[in-house]
Design a protein around this ligand. Structure first.
Ligand code: HEC
Ligand code: HEC
Length: 653
């Protein structure tokens, strides 16, 4: 089909699309920025620590005044430490800026002793803020002040903060009320209903809206229409479960074929996982079943992969379990610490071995960089303040205890991690980034802790949190192009333009084609039914093919909690020359042409199915020329391919 002459307009669009990357597209980033400390100089203003003071300390002071580097014997990263003071005594007298050493030094009264010791002096506005801060009682925010680019490992308070919602006349979605505290998004536009329908269908059930679904939604003009659609999609248990299976398969490295499955070195959890998603199993129980499996149905995750041959000590199954449990459920990297004390965070070899020992069937000897040390690991949990694991207990008891500690209400790290993942799935970036480094500061700790507490209050209900997010105004904002990677402190500006996942893309093309696989590769049944899985069989239930691999589906030997969004050359090649897509398009062409439809109806229908709108006159003319009259199979293939290559098709925006 690729050696025929093409109408140039579609050719160009398609060629550009094949190579394009999500970040090049969409509207430009908005001008909304969080409140700028320097622009609020009024002397009597009520100081907000996180908004006004923390940035001053981060930018000017803590480089030289933390535990690592306490110049003058002083730490400024923690309220107690400021009160404790340095070599000359307390740095601050609460309530009295005039006698506070800190103010004396920053205001440059003594030219031989000015803080900061190097760099620009503070501005009058900054000094005024510091004075007010001291005068108003030296209020503090969440966690210590950390120097830029330095992860505050393990210092984050575990328990969730109680977040008071800002008072307002219009209750609205709490997410929007909390975001308004740090960013003003009120002037940023929201998407129209067509774009919303497309986005929310893809995000919640992974499929494009059908023409009928789209029509019905557009006919609904009630003020609650967005909420009704979100409800309907989340209530579509089967399509919801099929979509989220992809995310969880990646996280739990579950697949239908591949390393280990043949020789019993690895076990699937597919049916258990699918049922859990279908029935919206409460997340605390979900994790408990994975860590401390009540039956063998959910045992595969913590069992891990028993690699053949000799393996490094850091890859024995109990250590895999420790690494994967901490990464997926706590957003915490123990990988480095499983060979030596970590250089990138504060986790130690002994921490990794303690967690691993909880999973081990036999006593586990500690190895450093694969060299046995002659000592035995003592089972334990990463946060001893939550409780300990009795080293003398047998394995079932250790796992029971571990599951309880992990999912304890007091373990805010556990709930923050999952709500942050859900947020990142719908917005394209987390409240903390990267999502596996939950020691990084959030761009809004109020929002994060509110979502986590709300999640607990609603019985660890994932669908509830998704509903809350998807019904916020923030979620309806026009999407902005993403950066190569986000940092937590980049200001929030609404959703980020994303590429469809491999599964979403394949399902979308199949929807247009009307051609689906005969049978699922996953051996599962829909809960409550018996017999073969009913059609349509979606990509999530199939083993990976070259097209899906090229589009970023991981091989699931390793945990993957977020897929890269950037386009690759491999994708472009697979999309232009790959046999998986070509074969599918051929079947589609034959199927559409066989009905002898009118060329106009084919063109209009494929556009509405593919990009949720009718073609423009120019597009219609070009497309009609492509499909031919009467409609030919080759013509439909060309139109389908052109549509599938459009950024408008491939991107969730
Ligand atoms: C480049 C390093 C550096 C930076 C940045 C810096 N300081 Fe210092 N600071 C020092 C050194 C060195 C001393 C000890 C020498 C001295 O007291 O003059 C000190 C001492 C102090 C002391 C006195 C401690 C004591 O008990 O004697 C205070 C208060 C202080 N700094 C506050 C600040 C504040 C507030 C900032 C940010 C506005 C800041 N410093 C930024 C290096 C730094
Ligand atoms: C499979 C085992 C293993 C894992 C996992 C591992 N390392 Fe290492 N690492 C080693 C070995 C072996 C050395 C050499 C140690 C030595 O010379 O004593 C080393 C040395 C290092 C050094 C140099 C230390 C020095 O004193 O020069 C750094 C830095 C380092 N690793 C960082 C990391 C980071 C970051 C990670 C996680 C991303 C990591 N390592 C994961 C095995 C590992």
């Amino acid at each position: 089909m690729f050696d025929r002459p093409w109408p140039s307009v579609i050719m160009i669009a398609a060629a550009a699309a094949a190579a394009i990357s999500a970040r090049a597209l969409g509207p430009q980033p908005g001008d909304a920025r969080p409140a700028d400390a320097a622009s609020v100089p009024q002397p009597v203003q009520r100081v907000d620590f996180d908004r006004d003071i923390r940035p001053i300390l981060v930018d000017n002071c803590v480089k030289c005044h933390t535990e690592r580097k306490h110049r003058g014997g002083l730490r400024l990263d923690d309220r107690e430490q400021i009160l404790l003071g340095g070599d000359s005594g307390p740095a601050v007298v609460v309530g009295d800026p005039d006698t506070s050493l800190l103010i004396e030094l920053v205001s440059g009264k003594d030219p031989d002793r000015v803080m900061p010791d190097k760099g620009d002096p503070l501005t009058d506005q900054q000094i005024a803020l510091l004075r007010n801060w001291i005068a108003q009682g030296l209020a503090w925010g969440e966690g210590p002040v950390t120097p830029k680019g330095q992860a505050p490992a393990r210092v984050y308070a575990l328990e969730l903060r109680k977040v008071e919602l800002p008072a307002t006349d219009d209750p609205g979605n709490p997410i929007d009320r909390l975001i308004a505290r740090s960013v003003d998004l009120s002037t940023r536009p929201t998407v129209d209903d067509r774009a919303f329908a497309r986005r929310v269908h893809l995000d919640l059930i992974g499929l494009l809206p059908s023409p009928q679904e789209l029509r019905e939604f557009l006919a609904d003009i009630g003020p609650d229409r967005h909420g009704r659609l979100v409800d309907r999609l989340l209530g579509d248990r089967r399509r919801y479960a099929e979509h989220w299976l992809t995310f969880w398969n990646d996280c739990l490295r579950n697949d239908y074929q591949g390393t280990g499955y043949i020789d019993g070195g690895r076990e699937q959890i597919t049916q258990w996982l699918f049922t859990a998603l279908y029935n919206n199993m409460p997340y605390d129980r979900f994790v408990s079943d994975l860590v401390n499996p009540p039956t063998k149905d959910s045992a595969g995750f913590s069992k891990g992969i028993v690699w053949r041959g000799v393996v490094n000590a850091s890859q024995v199954p109990p250590m895999q379990a420790a690494q994967n449990v901490s990464q997926v459920f706590l957003g915490l990297n123990l990988k480095c610490a499983s060979c030596h004390d970590s250089f990138i965070n504060e986790w130690k070899l002994s921490d990794a071995y303690s967690l691993a020992a909880a999973f081990a069937h036999d006593p586990l000897e500690v190895s450093r960089c694969d060299r046995p040390l002659g000592t035995m690991a003592k089972p334990g949990f990463l946060y001893p303040q939550l409780g300990t694991i009795d080293p003398g207990a047998d394995r079932p008891e250790r796992l029971r205890r571990l599951a309880a500690l992990l999912t304890a209400r007091e373990n805010g790290r556990f709930t923050r991690t999952i709500v942050n993942r859900l947020w990142a799935q719908l917005f394209g970036r987390g409240i903390i980034e990267p999502v596996d480094e939950m020691d990084n500061p959030p761009w809004s700790s109020d929002l994060l802790d509110f979502l986590a507490a709300d999640f607990i209050e609603h019985g660890y209900d994932i669908r509830h949190t998704l509903e809350l997010i998807a019904t916020s105004r923030a979620y309806r904002l026009v999407a902005a192009p993403g950066g190569e990677s986000f940092t937590s402190d980049a200001p929030f500006a609404g959703p980020v333009v994303r590429r469809m996942t491999a599964e979403q893309f394949v399902d979308a093309v199949r929807t247009l084609a009307g051609v689906w696989p005969e049978k699922a590769d996953a051996t599962i049944t829909v809960p409550g039914t018996t017999g073969a899985y009913p059609g349509p069989v979606r990509a999530a239930l199939q083993a990976a093919d070259p097209l899906m691999l090229a589009l970023g589906r991981p091989n699931r030997d390793q945990v993957v909690t977020s897929r890269p969004s950037a386009a690759t050359t491999l994708q472009a090649i697979e999309l232009t020359n790959g046999s998986s897509l070509n074969h599918l398009l051929q079947q589609a062409g034959d199927r559409w042409a066989a009905g002898e439809p009118s060329p106009e109806s084919v063109v209009d229908e494929l556009f509405v199915m593919g990009v949720s709108r009718r073609p423009s006159p120019a597009e219609r003319a070009a497309a009609l020329e492509l499909v031919g009259s009467p409609v030919t199979s080759a013509g439909v293939q060309d139109l389908l391919w052109s549509l599938a290559m459009l950024p408008e098709f491939q991107l969730i925006q």
